[in-house]
Design a protein around this ligand. Structure first.
Ligand SMILES: NC(=O)c1ccc[n+]([C@@H]2O[C@H](COP(=O)([O-])OP(=O)(O)OC[C@H]3O[C@@H](n4cnc5c(N)ncnc54)[C@H](O)[C@@H]3O)[C@@H](O)[C@H]2O)c1
Ligand SMILES: [Zn+2]
Length: 354
């Protein structure tokens, strides 16, 4: 697969990734190389990765705990301290090898350590390949509030080796698929239709679909890198989805993966679209059926509505206290800065649960 060139960095695929990385290491003069992993990618991805890297630089590994609840400033403190203790300087290269938690947090550490060092993202989950590792959004959660602290700066390169997906659970694969469905719903109808016809998430079939998702995200980000208008559309499903994710984050039995929460959010925001825009009931029912078929239904009871709605006040698209949704005019066409009444939002929960 051909490398994808963005305005300021390149995204390489599979074996070509390692050729590009090794060329880059040969032509640069870094002091040392740090690889950030989590407790799973350390065992499942690091050996394969290190076997491909050709360099005489000293390589240090920093490992963090896996999972969203560790995407915090406290984890950053540990990583900053370890970098410092092990002699990282301004010419250190940081490679983030993991899912969205590692690339979001590692990117933030890379942007802030000694006011910024070079970092490269090597995504190892489907979600981070198609979404989190691309576009330069880095950051951490503040308590349960998602991505409240962060910075926008792109990685030096992104290396997508889809063979890492061989060890990913089917639940995590489905979580990543949610962001791909989102890309289709906001930007590309044929792409959405192709995804809904998938019988199984097989890596052979996914390679091309991952590539297309990366192109969609890249196209959107390039037209609006600082999220003034078009880039907001990537938040479809996320206004309600992030609030739902936050609400259940610390509940061991009900905690959702990011994509699972976004899947629920997309159904509810499709409902708002049908009430507020000309989004057809036929498409609404199609999205609901497809999505529930894949993800099942989150058991949201009426007592949860108010606290979840309350969490939406932290959404980063809000302006002057007004909650702004991204809604759909049609499949493949999104509209930003839409507002909904509290009653309508409650109805969207009821529609989802019905
Ligand atoms: N920056 C962005 O633009 C952006 C976009 C979308 C999502 N995100 C963020 O990404 C995060 C979700 O990413 P995620 O779903 O990758 O979560 P994650 O990083 O927590 O990874 C999911 C789980 O899979 C494990 N894992 C990683 N690679 C593996 C592999 N190859 N085999 C087996 N297990 C593996 C991880 O250790 C973890 O337990 C959220 O925090 C979300 O907010 C960011
Ligand atoms: Zn997301």
């Amino acid at each position: 697969m051909k490398a994808i060139q963005t305005q300021d960095y390149s995204i390489f695929f599979n074996q070509q990734s390692y050729l590009a990385l090794n060329d880059y290491l040969k032509s640069t003069n870094f002091s040392n190389l740090f690889v950030l992993v989590d407790s799973n990618t350390s065992d499942l991805c690091l050996p394969h990765f290190l076997a491909q890297v050709e360099t005489s630089l000293t390589i240090e590994i920093i490992e963090i705990e896996a999972g969203e609840t560790h995407k915090t400033i406290e984890t950053c403190l540990g990583v900053w301290q370890t970098l410092s203790d092990l002699g990282a300087d301004r010419k250190t290269l940081l490679i983030n090898l993991g899912g969205g938690v590692v690339t979001d947090l590692g990117g933030f550490v890379g942007c802030t350590y000694q006011r910024g060092i070079t970092f490269i993202n090597v995504p190892t989950t489907l979600l981070s390949m198609v979404d989190a590792s691309i576009g330069g959004k880095n950051g951490v959660d503040l308590g349960v509030i998602k991505n409240q602290i962060g910075i926008i700066k792109t990685a030096k390169m992104v290396l997508i080796d889809t063979s890492f997906l061989n060890t990913l659970s089917s639940r995590e694969m489905r979580s990543g698929l949610a962001e791909m469905l989102k890309h289709g719903l906001i930007y590309d109808t044929p792409y959405y239709n192709k995804l809904t016809q998938l019988k199984a998430l097989k890596i052979e079939d996914l390679d091309q679909l991952i590539y297309e998702s990366v192109i969609i995200k890249k196209d959107i980000v390039e037209q609006d890198p600082t999220e003034q208008h078009l880039r907001k559309t990537l938040n479809f499903g996320h206004t309600l989805g992030h609030a739902i994710e936050s609400y259940y984050l610390n509940d061991k039995n009900k905690a959702l993966l990011h994509g699972e929460a976004i899947a629920a959010g997309m159904i509810m925001e499709a409902y708002l679209s049908s009430e507020l825009l000309n989004f057809t009931k036929e498409d609404l029912n199609k999205i609901k059926a497809n999505t529930i078929n894949l993800y099942g239904k989150v058991d949201i009871i009426e007592a949860d509505y108010a606290p979840i709605i309350d969490l939406m006040k932290f959404d980063k698209k809000n302006e002057k206290g007004i909650i702004n949704f991204v809604l759909l005019e049609a499949i493949g066409k999104a509209k930003t800065n839409c507002q909904a009444t509290n009653n309508l939002i409650i109805n969207s929960f009821k529609f989802y649960s019905a």
